[in-house]
Structures are given as C-alpha cells and as structure tokens.
Design a protein around this ligand. Sequence first.
Ligand code: SAM
Length: 280
Amino acid sequence: MNYRHAYHAGGFTDVVKHAALTLVLRRLMEKPTPLFVLDTHAGAGRYDLLGDEASKTGEHRVGIGRVIGWAAAPKALRPYLAIVGAMNRRRAEPRWYPGSSEIVRSLLRKNDRLVAVELHPEDARALARSMATDNRVEVRKDDGYAALKAYLPPPERRGLVLIDPPFELRDEFARIVGGLKHAWRRWPTGVYMIWYPIKDRAPVAGFHDALAASGLRRVITAELLLRPDDDPDRLNGCGLAFVNLPWRLDATLSELLLALAERLDALPGGGARVATLIGE
Ligand code: SAM
C-alpha cells in the first residue's frame, strides 16, 4: 500500500467527489429518519495543505484553491465550501482540508451514524484520533470490501455507501463491481457512490460495461474531464457512479459539474457529463 491521500487532498477530484457527497447527503437528510453512512476507503480525517505531502504536489492549488473564494459559486457547491471554510476560519488561503469522513461527520445529525473504514495503519490511526470525541462515528482499521459484507444492511435502512479506493491494484474496477453486487443484494435501497479515475477511456468503458451486465438497477454516472480522456499515464478527469441517486439530483449534479469544469479551466475535449447508465 503506497498510496497516501495526503498528496492529493483538495485536488480537483476531491472537489468533485466531496461536493457531490455533500449534495447527496443533504438531500437524504431532508427526511428526518436516521441515516447510516459507510465510508469504505476513508483516508485520514483531515489533511494539512501546508504539510510536506500536499506541498510537494500542490494539487490543492488547482482544486480547492480555485473554488474556495468563488463569489459566484453555484448554490449546489456552497454547502461543501462552507464545510471547508469552517475548518479555515480567519485564513485567506485554506490550510486544512476535510477527508470524506470529516465531510460526512460534519453533516451528521443526532441519530445518524458513520462507519469509516481505512486499511493503512497510519491513516487509520489519524482518522480514529480525529473522530475520537464523536460517538456517532465508528472507525475500523479494516478492508473496505469486507466492511460491505459486515455492515450491510444497516438497521437504519436508509443511507449511503461511499466506495473510494486508491486504484493501486489492476483489478480494482472488478473488485468494485463484485463488492457492489454483493452489497446491493443485501441492501438494494441504499444509495451507493463510487469514485473512479479517468485516464484513457478503455478501462472506464470496461467498468461501465461490467456495471451494465451486473444486474444492478438505477445507475447514473457523472464525470468531469479537465482534458481529453486519451492518455493512460495522466489523470485527465474523474467519475462518480451512483446507484439509487435521489430523484432529480442528476440535473443538479450536471449543472454543478459543468460550472466546475469551466471554473477549473477544462481544455477542449474536457467538460462534464451526467448520464443514465442503467435505468429503473
Ligand atoms: N475517501 C477519502 C476522501 O475522499 O477523503 C480518500 C480515500 S483514498 C482515495 C483511498 C484510501 O483507501 C487510502 O487512504 C488507502 O490507504 C485506503 N485503502 C487502500 N486499500 C484499502 C482497503 N482494501 N480497504 C480500506 N481502505 C483501503
């Protein structure tokens, strides 16, 4: 396990993922019944953008750095910006950046619950430390795919699973599809959100084909490309696959990603696209 998210925290793919995560959770929270959230690849709780790792890549400067002070940010982006802003009061430039679990934690209501799973010992320790005082959160140092079996279906019956692996393994897409099929059979009404990298189109097309052949229903994909998806050695964009995305959120997500693509200076051949991969 070489991947450390600290190098990439606050980069453009975090902005896309975390803005969408905030949007979906807030929609689910419009109903008062308690929610369960499972974050299968949680990373650390928060990241220091002035630390060695983030400073080395500077990815956050062309991610959160581009949107944090955006006066005309779309309405759908503002709750996410408010979460990052609250961690950085009185700072013109953000220093602290929330991981997915911190984003979820900041939104939890009294009776909601989060299980955050992270396999890397250091990140799992940091995550446990940052969540220690919150009894709505359980942190596990474990395999995220095993957690799909252990924690689903949740007693709350409503909620969200975020699957956000590092894609270090060649078969990560296959592992996602296998884990998702299993989870969905156990909990077909849960909302699932999967993050994936886009370098060249072929592996992504293979992933979409595998999802289409999986028997899953109600799958929507949302992608943002900064450049054309034609270079296997470069992260050109990222995508999110949703199962059971709440009603009409695809239209909101589409507007949000189009605005973000423009703000992040997407080149010709880049842009944003939200599509139904599998219908009802
Ligand atoms: N979800 C985080 C966020 O949005 O802030 C970022 C997660 S990062 C892309 C992927 C994380 O998965 C890394 O912290 C890595 O250590 C962890 N990881 C790798 N293999 C894992 C596994 N099998 N189970 C759980 N976590 C794993």
